[in-house]
Design a protein around this ligand. Structure first.
Ligand SMILES: Nc1ncnc2c1ncn2[C@@H]1O[C@H](COP(=O)(O)OP(=O)(O)O)[C@@H](O)[C@H]1O
Ligand SMILES: [Mg+2]
Length: 144
């Protein structure tokens, strides 16, 4: 079962960053955040805010070919973009366990593409486009 913790309506990219900073306050060593939502929904902007909230000063970007990027913050911060992966089998070849089961925080964009690889206790965040620059951000937690 999943419990919806809260939802946020953002009306600009800057508000999405602020939402990410608030969400970061919920995260601890080993936390995993699974982000779903279509192209241009705002997953990367939310990731920028989460990173900022975790003390990452380097700018988080979406490199074309890098699947896993590591940044330094209060905890190690891993940004995974599964967009170009074929699925869980390909993900398994990347050695993401240090990120997913280590001492940092991991955010995975397009988590629905690697659904079997997401730890059970991950937070799930669904972002959808409402209209123009409005985005609905729904934060959910799985129950044991
Ligand atoms: N409220 C909003 N939050 C986030 N992005 C927004 C918002 N309104 C408009 N945008 C635009 O939508 C796009 C979101 O891009 P991005 O975060 O890279 O999406 P994704 O990673 O989900 O593909 C950007 O071009 C951004 O300027
Ligand atoms: Mg993105």
């Amino acid at each position: 079962m999943e419990i919806c913790l809260f939802s946020i309506v953002s009306s600009s990219p800057e508000e999405t960053i602020a939402a990410g900073e608030r969400i970061a306050a919920l995260l601890r060593k080993g936390s995993v955040v699974a982000l779903c939502g279509g192209l241009g929904a705002g997953k990367t902007w939310l990731t920028k805010g989460i990173a900022r909230g975790l003390g990452v000063t380097e700018e988080v970007t979406s490199p074309t070919y890098t699947i896993i990027s590591e940044y330094e913050g209060r905890l190690p911060f891993y940004h995974i973009d599964a967009y170009r992966l074929r699925g869980d089998d390909e993900f398994a070849t990347l050695g993401a366990d240090d990120a997913l089961y280590g001492n940092g925080v991991t955010v995975i964009e397009w988590s629905e593409r690697v659904a079997q690889s997401i730890p059970d206790n991950a937070l799930t965040i669904e972002i959808s486009i409402l209209e123009d620059t409005h985005r609905l951000i729904v934060v959910k937690e799985a129950t044991p």
